[in-house]
Design a protein around this ligand. Structure first.
Ligand SMILES: NC(=O)c1ccc[n+]([C@@H]2O[C@H](COP(=O)([O-])OP(=O)(O)OC[C@H]3O[C@@H](n4cnc5c(N)ncnc54)[C@H](OP(=O)(O)O)[C@@H]3O)[C@@H](O)[C@H]2O)c1
Length: 442
């Protein structure tokens, strides 16, 4: 029998989807009978009748939670920084541990609140806010002490992949949105908001991976949405999935953080995520890429991440890594391959000019394919390049766009982490003793 943890009293800031999920998990584990007491929940409308899995007093007076001396841990499951910042700050002032699932609060005030929690000597944990609660952050933080994270590529939970894509159907005819709803995930509106979430995820994961809070100004966002569906189809036909993704890389001489549509090769599992899954490919320097995927949100996954943090507080297993400063990215030294689709006027001269243009910038081409365009006169040229400096590719795309024979240019990065080779890890390294032996016997 495992030992019952010491009893603890929690107060909820918010009691909606995730808040109710927390109460449901407490009920399922019967923790409320032994060691967890949920004292109160701060909500907008306490008079609204609610069916809560564990009875909790609801209040619209936040001070009844953040100043209540009986409450040890405050859990923030409020919707945004506007509603949560003041109460969270007050809870920390009153030396309460705080757990937050509120990724927007973390992305905007995480640095300051974590620093303040450290000064107060209390925990400030937020696993539930990371990648929509795919449980990777705590494990990654431990691994990274041994083998640093050099890069990660993330695809936020798949609703974004529905953007501009015709909905595929499962065997029983359910649309992707319907499949998501079966898992309790409501498809969100496809708006700017999705990019905000990607930016927030880079900020949060950067914090865990490198002890660094990346600020918004250090993240380059490019909304290079495919100009028409045909580009998505062409990419599929050539073995690539186009998806909005976030990329973070930390090399010895340069760093970068990007949010944009990228081309993910079919052989990478990230190209096959369901619309309700989130995925993260983490490249540990000495281990190679590891893949984390999950449902990416919903009441119970997020609640489980919150309660895992609660256990860390009870076991006093929380510590702060030193926050390092983050320098603006230097993409002049970063290199990736590119997937390009050009739509050119009906003259072979134009095709020749485009390819020559790449060669003039010393860009090697892996693959070229030319089709006639089914809907209009002209040609589609699909080009996959070898690795090329970011800055060079930007110049090339701008000048191709100005070329009189070129109607449209779509350019998608194939990040280096996706073309990673196992030789980088499994390549035999000589130990110092072996080198000494080889020299002396040689
Ligand atoms: N849902 C997910 O899958 C998921 C996953 C990971 C992280 N998160 C994050 O977790 C947080 C909570 O998400 P959720 O889905 O549980 O949200 P939600 O269902 O909208 O619940 C929000 C709760 O906050 C309360 N609230 C809203 N505005 C308030 C105000 N001005 N004053 C007092 N209370 C207020 C609401 O009160 P009423 O009940 O009276 O309306 C409700 O109880 C968000 O920051 C979200 O981004 C969500």
């Amino acid at each position: 029998m495992s030992e019952t943890p010491p009893s603890i009293t929690i107060g909820l800031l918010g009691c909606g989807t995730v808040g109710t999920g927390i109460l449901e998990l407490i009920r399922r584990r019967q923790w409320h009978e032994y060691w967890v007491r949920v004292n109160r929940a701060f909500v907008r409308d306490p008079a609204r009748p609610r069916l809560l899995p564990v009875p909790v007093e609801c209040t619209d007076r936040v001070e009844q939670i953040v100043t209540d001396p009986d409450i040890d841990v405050v859990i923030d499951v409020l919707p945004d920084p506007g509603t949560a910042y003041g109460p969270v700050r007050q809870a920390l002032e009153n030396r309460k541990h705080v757990i937050s699932a509120n990724w927007q609060l973390l992305a905007t005030h995480g640095d300051e609140l974590e620093q303040f929690a450290r000064e107060q000597g209390v925990a400030f944990l937020y696993e539930a806010a990371m990648t929509g609660s795919v449980p990777f952050a705590h494990i990654a933080q431990r691994w990274t002490r041994v083998s640093p994270i050099r890069a990660f590529l993330g695809i936020p939970h798949g609703v974004e992949r529905l953007w501009g894509l015709p909905e595929s159907r499962s065997d029983d005819g359910a649309s992707e949105s319907e499949q998501m709803m079966r898992f309790g995930i409501a498809p969100s509106a496809r708006t700017e908001h999705e990019w905000e979430r990607s930016v927030a995820w880079v900020i949060l994961i950067g914090r865990w991976a490198a002890g660094t809070w990346i600020s918004r100004e250090h993240i380059r966002i490019r909304k290079n949405t495919p100009k028409d569906h045909r580009v998505i189809e062409l990419a599929r036909a050539h073995g690539y999935a186009l998806c909005p993704a976030f990329l973070w890389e930390d090399h010895t001489t340069w760093q970068r953080a990007l949010v944009e549509w990228m081309a993910v090769p079919d052989r990478c599992p990230l190209a096959h995520l369901s619309p309700y899954e989130a995925g993260l490919l983490v490249w540990y320097e000495d281990i190679g890429p590891q893949l984390y995927t999950g449902l990416g949100g919903g009441a119970l996954p997020a609640a489980a991440a919150v309660l895992a943090d609660l256990l860390r507080i009870v076991q006093r297993d929380w510590s702060f890594t030193r926050a390092l400063s983050w320098h603006p990215h230097r993409d002049d030294q970063a290199q990736d391959a590119y997937f390009l689709v050009l739509h050119v006027a009906h003259q072979s001269d134009n095709i020749h000019a485009c390819v020559t243009h790449l060669q003039d910038h010393a860009i090697s081409v892996q693959h070229v394919h030319v089709n006639t365009h089914p809907a209009s006169p002209g040609f589609e040229i699909v080009i996959v390049t070898e690795r090329v400096p970011d800055a060079t590719m930007r110049t090339v795309v701008h000048s191709l766009e100005k070329h009189p024979g070129v109607h449209t240019v779509d350019a998608f990065r194939i990040p280096d982490i996706l073309t990673w080779s196992p030789e980088r890890v499994y390549h035999k390294q000589w130990t110092p003793a072996e080198i000494a032996h080889a020299v002396s016997s040689g």
